[in-house]
Design a protein around this ligand. Structure first.
Ligand SMILES: Cc1cc2nc3c(=O)[nH]c(=O)nc-3n(C[C@H](O)[C@H](O)[C@H](O)COP(=O)(O)OP(=O)(O)OC[C@H]3O[C@@H](n4cnc5c(N)ncnc54)[C@H](O)[C@@H]3O)c2cc1C
Length: 413
């Protein structure tokens, strides 16, 4: 293990100041009171400038499993609590989500998806769906399920609210140092090595997003996740076609989702084949990674365009004004990677976001903080256990393919 100057000593170090690291810091700050000064968040970049800054930030509640749905519900509660504490409106746009099924088989899948939900659901026929979302073709919609309590939010604003609350509680945030490795001494975590020196700590939370698997590997821990490209497009301005109160649209028959964006439509396509990356070979900043042209974001658009335009014909006249891509991290089973690493005492995970890290951030923050502090949490993290898929080589092409397939097959928001 390389030695270096001692940069800091803390009780708990959180690596990553994206929405997940900041949500964990916020929850630790809430739980620890004056002892929150023993928590240090480290990031080589300014907070919330990587995946978090690029998210479409749908906060969809229908998730297909109770544990994930509970984490999302906790995010809505976190937003309320942050708004009260900071005495400001965080701009949550509660427009509801319209889950659209374009075939009888998809109606059955949709029933399964929303049946487990404890949140209100209104079932609509094609005409009812088109009344709510005039850009939809009533003829193309078989049935739709509207969940009125859903919404979306500016992801950077939410992350910044977690950050400010954590700071008020006393949590320290250090930007600049790049973490090179997790320090292991006597078979347990002893801190981190950074390019600025050593930070010693008996507990480390790995919330390093697309880089989390590469970082865990420095301690010999194989995480079952891979960085996978996510992408969306924004049309030109057409407030008549895409009013600001348009609901979020989830359209699995087209592998697509959409939401209003200031008089335009933001729409994402999952594509038949998602693009996965080797976590050990990522540049430090995804702005330096060619995400658009490696296999062509435009290829996904061309492949998915027609199925989407059948459901949403105004897209044919709206034109494309922007393209946004970034890295999420996916697991083969579509579940987050959260909680303690059993074979490495002192190491905890808050990663494997599966394109839902904004939606679940509040719940993940609270649940991971509870596992670090060994206090009872409101959500059982065992479905998300880092070791649930056995021994994993995070650099294996087979793992990357399985994680990319999980994104392509996703049917939720
Ligand atoms: C195009 C797109 C659309 C999306 N849409 C949605 C959506 O609609 N809803 C939703 O819930 N989610 C969505 N997501 C996913 C969401 O963005 C992620 O789940 C979330 O941002 C993950 O947060 P994070 O904190 O794990 O990662 P990041 O925000 O990437 O933060 C990780 C941080 O760790 C730091 N870091 C990493 N390694 C090191 C190191 N070695 N040393 C120092 N610092 C390090 C990085 O600098 C970074 O700041 C989308 C993502 C993309 C790309």
């Amino acid at each position: 293990m390389t030695a270096g100057p001692v940069l800091d000593r803390s009780e708990i170090v959180v690596v990553g100041a994206g929405v997940l690291g900041l949500a964990v810091a916020w929850a630790l700050g809430q739980a620890l009171g004056p002892a929150a000064r023993s928590v240090l968040v480290v990031d080589r970049h300014p907070p919330a400038t990587q995946a978090t800054a690029r998210a479409a930030a749908l906060l969809t509640r229908a998730r297909g499993d109770a544990a994930t749905a509970a984490l999302v519900r906790d995010t809505y509660a976190a937003i309320t609590s942050l708004e009260e504490e900071l005495d400001e409106d965080l701009g949550l746009r509660r427009v509801g989500t319209l889950h659209v099924a374009a075939s009888p088989a998809r109606v059955e899948a949709l029933r399964t998806l929303v049946t487990d939900s404890t949140d209100p659901v209104d079932w609509l026929d094609g005409d009812g769906a088109a009344r709510l979302a005039p850009c939809l073709s009533a003829e193309a919609v078989e049935r739709a399920a509207f969940m009125p309590l859903d919404g979306f939010i500016d992801p950077v604003r939410l992350a910044d609210a977690y950050r400010r609350s954590a700071r008020r509680a006393g949590v320290r945030i250090m930007t600049g140092p790049s973490v090179q490795a997790i320090r292991v001494e006597g078979g347990r975590v002893a801190g981190i090595d950074t390019d600025h020196g050593v930070i010693s700590a008996p507990m480390v939370v790995n919330a390093a997003g697309a880089w989390a698997a590469g970082l865990a590997w420095t301690a010999g821990v194989g995480l079952p996740q891979a960085p996978v490209r996510s992408q969306y497009w924004i049309t030109g301005q057409h407030p008549d076609l895409f009013p600001r109160n348009l609901p979020v649209l989830v359209m699995p028959d087209a592998g697509a989702y959409a939401r209003p964006e200031l008089g335009a439509l933001l729409f994402g396509l999952r594509g038949r084949r998602s693009l996965a990356f080797d976590p050990a070979r990522l540049p430090d900043d995804t702005a330096g990674l060619d995400l658009a042209d490696a296999d062509g974001g435009w290829q996904t658009l061309e492949e998915g365009w027609q199925a989407l335009a059948r459901l949403c014909p105004p897209l044919l006249q709206a034109g494309i004004a922007h393209y946004v891509s970034g890295l999420s991290t996916y697991t083969a089973d579509g579940r987050f990677v959260l909680g303690p690493v059993l074979e490495m005492p002192g190491l905890f995970m808050a990663t494997g976001c599966c394109g839902a890290g904004i939606a679940a951030s509040g719940g993940i923050g609270r649940a991971v903080a509870a596992s670090v502090l060994a206090t009872p949490g409101s959500v059982d993290l065992s479905p998300f256990a880092p070791g649930r898929l056995g021994g994993v080589d995070p650099c294996s092409p087979a793992l990357h393919d399985a994680c990319a397939a999980a994104r392509s097959g996703k049917i939720t928001g």
